[in-house]
Design a protein around this ligand. Structure first.
Ligand SMILES: Nc1ncnc2c1ncn2[C@@H]1O[C@H](COP(=O)(O)OP(=O)(O)OP(=O)(O)O)[C@@H](O)[C@H]1O
Ligand SMILES: [Mg+2]
Length: 347
């Protein structure tokens, strides 16, 4: 059975429609992600799942039970859904332990005590049990907020940018850690973020949203290697898109020169296409097939990512492994190394 099933959801604020035909599914114990730019409607979707917004069309079901839909609206507190938000909302006057136990008020004292201890061990914060929120770091507070939301074993945990107030390195690390905790607890979860590293570290299934419409729902791997449209290609990872014309059954003529690869049968000669060039497709070459100037350089640990400008003025990215670095304004020779072409219809 599906844990979460959302079908054809429309949501509007007053007359302004924000979400258009949103579909999403989550298996039991799976972690889903809603990824998209600011203002695209991620929080709106999350609020409708929690029951704070009533959709104008479509259905939301949890473990086979309809929560929202035609003539149906289950109240938020009856949905058995946990939530963690961006701004940490721990109760300042309650200790760490009391905060975690807050959602288990109907449980017996022993059960509550046992469960909060279990969670504190799991998040590695048992020694902070008697501390108060102001005595903890941001990352520690966010772990406690998460433990509090997980404590009553919700059917689904919703997280709205829970790491965005933390610095970048901590964010990805915490996302990975939280993933392990959720898997250990067998809790299904949906994370909202606009940070693709966070989504990649956390999600089994990632839904890319733009302007209230689903662009693609897929694994991180497929979003990067098989983006369905230009938006996904540009939003996920670095890359450039070049216009071209099909000149033979395996060749496209572009401003970068001829690009060879397997083309779909449906493409006829002279058809206009757009080709995605990822940084790993651009390599140094003594043959000078493409000449470009180094405009910027970003350290990526195992190598450098370069932002390059071709002689004809086109922007390219290149990922070059190793510790040697090219200098800014240096002219370099490049060639394309493409195994599989990613093509789009011209927009
Ligand atoms: N209560 C509201 N009334 C009217 N419009 C709203 C309301 N809440 C959000 N909106 C509008 O709906 C759109 C989507 O907002 P939403 O908060 O869902 O975006 P988001 O993807 O979560 O963005 P962010 O990443 O910045 O949090 C925005 O244009 C926003 O201005
Ligand atoms: Mg939001």
């Amino acid at each position: 059975m599906k844990c979460l099933e959302i079908k054809n959801l429309d949501i509007a604020y007053g007359k302004k429609q924000i979400i258009f035909g949103f579909d999403f599914e989550l298996d039991e114990c799976q972690i889903g992600c809603l990824l998209g730019p600011s203002g695209c409607g991620k929080t709106t979707v999350l609020r409708s799942i929690a029951g704070f917004e009533q959709p104008s069309r479509g259905e939301i079901s949890l473990n086979g039970k309809k929560l929202s839909g035609f003539k149906t609206h289950v109240d938020p507190e009856k949905r058995h859904i946990g939530m963690v938000f961006q701004d940490i909302a721990l109760f300042p006057h309650l200790s760490v332990e009391e905060n975690i136990q807050f959602g288990m008020r109907s449980w017996s004292h022993e059960k509550r005590k046992k469960r909060s201890q279990e969670l504190l061990d799991l998040i590695g914060m048992s020694q902070f049990m008697k501390k108060y929120p102001h005595q903890l770091s941001g990352g520690q507070q966010q772990r406690i907020a998460l433990a509090r939301a997980m404590a009553p074993k919700p059917s689904l945990l919703l997280m709205d940018e829970p790491f965005s107030s933390l610095d970048i390195e901590l964010r990805e690390q915490l996302a990975r850690e939280v993933r392990l905790i959720l898997k250990h607890e067998n809790i299904s979860a949906l994370l909202v973020t606009h940070d693709q590293n966070e989504a990649f570290a956390m999600g089994d299934n990632i839904c890319v949203l733009n302007q209230g419409r689903v662009q693609q729902t897929d694994s991180a791997y497929n979003l990067y290697h098989n983006p369905r449209n230009r938006f996904v290609a540009e939003f996920i990872g670095e890359g450039s898109i070049f216009s071209g014309v099909v000149v033979s059954k395996d060749t496209i003529e572009t401003d970068l020169g001829k690009i060879k690869g397997v083309l779909p049968e449906s493409l006829t000669k002279m058809a206009n296409v757009e080709v995605l060039i990822r940084p790993e497709n651009v390599v140094l070459s003594d043959m000078n097939e493409i000449q470009a100037v180094v405009k910027a350089r970003y350290f990526r640990g195992s190598g450098f990512l370069y932002n390059l400008k071709t002689i004809k003025g086109h922007e390219l990215f290149s990922l070059i492994p190793g510790k040697d670095k090219l200098s800014l304004d240096q002219v370099v020779g490049l060639r394309l190394k493409i195994e599989k072409l990613t093509l789009f219809n011209p927009s």
